[in-house]
Design a protein around this ligand. Structure first.
Ligand SMILES: [Zn+2]
Ligand SMILES: [Zn+2]
Length: 233
């Protein structure tokens, strides 16, 4: 007797085929071909599944996907904020994140990934089209994330450490505008921008580096949480 159960997750991307090789005992009721989420969590359904061998056919490749929350995109986020939120949602290390977003056409890519210390003020080594896809947005929004791509300023006018409004960062908001050294206050909250952790005075490099991205929005020195609101449901 062969039974095939097809279960589709909410994403609709996963199909599991169960083949029952040998029944444990004679059954009078038919085993359902389709098992829903509610059915699969009943004791009866679990017994039926435990009697089956789960086979995932080699031809049914499951595409790799990443999590993203469109509600976390303001349309004006800096690339620092976007990458931090993305790493947080997907549990990525700084190295995994860099491997994902550094352009494959970039010269010296292997060395850059080894050094893991990428300037986020411009998009010189970043695959911007990849960011468009990962963040479900468009090229204009991604371009706004890079301060040197957006504003006609010199590199010396863009801070090399994170400058932020504490009230904005609570919600995971950070805008490339804050990196301009001649901007001193948040235009939303009128608070003076900070360039250090309020708890321990450590500065956060404005770079894709382990110190800033292995624990996104967490001070690498004192573990202070810069964006506690992101952890709320
Ligand atoms: Zn603010
Ligand atoms: Zn700190």
């Amino acid at each position: 007797m062969v039974t095939v159960a097809r279960w589709t997750q909410r994403t609709g991307s996963l199909v599991i085929i169960a083949k029952r090789i040998k029944p444990l005992r004679r059954r009078t009721e038919p085993v359902p071909w389709h098992i829903t989420d509610s059915q699969i969590n009943t004791p009866t359904a679990r017994r039926k599944i435990s009697a089956a061998r789960i086979l995932v056919p080699a031809t049914a490749a499951i595409p790799a996907t990443y999590c993203w929350r469109d509600s976390w995109l303001t349309g004006f986020d800096s690339v620092f904020a976007l990458l931090s939120k993305f790493a947080l949602l997907n549990g990525l290390t700084a190295r995994e994140l860099a491997t994902l977003v550094v352009s494959t056409r970039c010269q010296g890519r292997t060395r850059l990934l080894d050094e893991l210390d990428l300037d986020l003020r411009d998009s010189a080594v970043i695959d911007r089209n990849k960011l468009v896809r990962l963040f479900h947005t468009n090229a204009q929004v991604i371009s706004r994330g890079f301060v040197l791509d957006t504003f006609p300023v010199r590199p010396s006018e863009c801070a090399k450490v994170l400058r932020y409004c504490p009230d904005c960062l609570t919600f995971g908001w950070h805008f490339s505008l804050f990196q301009l050294t001649f901007v001193h206050r948040c235009p939303i909250h009128q608070l003076v921008l900070r360039d250090f952790c309020a708890a321990c005075k450590t500065r956060v490099p404005y770079r894709l580096a382990a110190s800033a991205f292995d624990n996104p929005f967490i001070c690498s020195h004192c573990q202070a949480d810069f964006a506690p609101s992101l952890g709320e449901p």
